[in-house]
Design a protein around this ligand. Structure first.
Ligand SMILES: [Ca+2]
Length: 377
């Protein structure tokens, strides 16, 4: 899709002056801000606001910030990418640079509407979702495992095996998620130079560097969907389903307009909440380090950057409308595009709305796109 045309679409949405400047900055990016999805500008509906104090302008940190309540799930796991090591992009995330980049937080079970009008309900069982988008430092350890150790995802891996008696998420036809297809393993480069070349998708905004440098705690971008899936599998988790991601962003049944909206219909957004393309004084400066706008921009359960910074791949193929009913479901019947969620440094406010969906070719690398992993509770 033509990148200039895409950027022009955004300009219509959020103001010609600011976004023409954006287009000028990133017009060579083959992958920024494609449209083709409906614009979700409103929040839902009448759901209650429990005022738990977990987020919002009061700056209170989520009560799950310590890794979750054991009563809601097991002890917080240590993802493989941070296991036994500290360093840049591993142990220096968050607003003060003192948090584990692998912090993973509980999300309790519940039901919410996937549509902005509360329609297309989905029930989501408790799970963990990483607090931050996956960092360059974490991804570097994964690349090493693939290149040096020859690691590849085992056949059938990456499933939500804590669900449906081990079968995982359920599909529209009643079958269950298949897990990793071994035929896909050939798409993971075996040499470091190939990774270096592949991850260099945008000279201005790419975050990967061939050797560790100043970008370690920035979100990895320029990845394919398969690479995101493989990372999460290696890291001991899985890509979140679209329903899981949306549920966490919306604060479950609160149906928050933005992840930080508390009360849930609050439409306040500025540069203190998210790294996105907005009016003055926001500027397009590329991805920033995980949790830069935390805690004010956190979601209900303490997750950072659910709105903005980089788009995040979900597990599902993009199919509109959603299928119902959905009880720990995913749309995994192959389609053209995968789902990404949450907007980016290069998208306007309407893209940071929690119900906003975005279709993205899974093999296309975008400087505006990364991911985060989910895990069993
Ligand atoms: Ca994000």
């Amino acid at each position: 899709m033509n990148s200039i045309r895409k950027a022009g679409t955004i300009a219509l949405l959020v103001g010609a002056f600011v976004l023409l400047a954006v287009a000028a900055c990133v017009g060579t990016d083959p992958d920024v801000n494609a449209d083709g999805t409906t614009d979700a500008a409103a929040s839902a509906d009448g759901s209650s606001n429990d005022q738990d104090g977990n987020s919002g302008a009061d700056g209170a940190v989520s009560d799950a910030a310590d890794g979750g309540d054991a009563a809601e799930g097991g002890p917080a796991p240590v993802p493989k990418s941070c296991d036994g090591v500290t360093g840049a992009g591993l142990s220096n995330c968050g607003p003060d640079g003192g948090e584990s980049c692998c912090t993973t937080l509980m999300v309790p079970t519940g039901t919410f509407g996937r549509m902005d009008d509360g329609g297309a309900p989905a029930t989501v069982s408790a799970f963990r979702l990483d607090r931050f988008e996956t960092s360059v430092g974490r991804f570097r350890r994964f690349v090493s495992a693939v290149v040096v150790d020859g690691w590849r995802p085992p056949a059938g891996s990456g499933k939500h095996t804590h669900l449906h008696g081990g079968d995982g998420l359920v599909l529209a036809d009643g079958s269950y998620e298949p897990g990793w297809d071994s035929a896909s393993s050939a798409s993971l480069p075996a040499t470091q130079p190939t990774w270096d070349t592949n991850l260099a998708c945008n000279a201005t905004y790419q975050t990967w560097t061939s050797t560790a440098g100043n970008n370690e705690k920035l979100p990895i971008n320029c990845v394919t969907w398969l690479e995101a899936y493989a990372f999460c599998t290696w890291d001991g988790g899985f890509l979140p389903s679209e329903a899981e991601w949306g549920y966490a962003a919306a604060g479950g049944s609160e149906q928050r307009l933005y992840p930080w909206s508390n009360p849930p219909t609050t439409s306040t957004i500025d540069c203190t909440y998210a790294n996105y393309t907005g009016g003055s004084p926001c500027v397009v400066a590329g991805p920033n380090k995980g949790g830069s706008e935390s805690p004010i921009g956190d979601g209900k359960w303490g997750h950072a950057d659910l709105g903005g910074n980089v788009w995040e791949f979900a597990l599902d193929w993009f199919v509109d409308p959603y299928f119902v009913p959905c009880n720990d479901c995913a749309q995994l019947a192959p389609a053209t595009d995968k789902v990404s969620r949450g907007g980016s440094f290069n998208s306007g406010p309407s893209y940071e709305v929690t119900s906003k969906r975005f279709n993205r070719t899974p093999t296309v690398r975008g400087a505006d796109t990364g991911f985060r992993c989910a895990r069993a509770p």
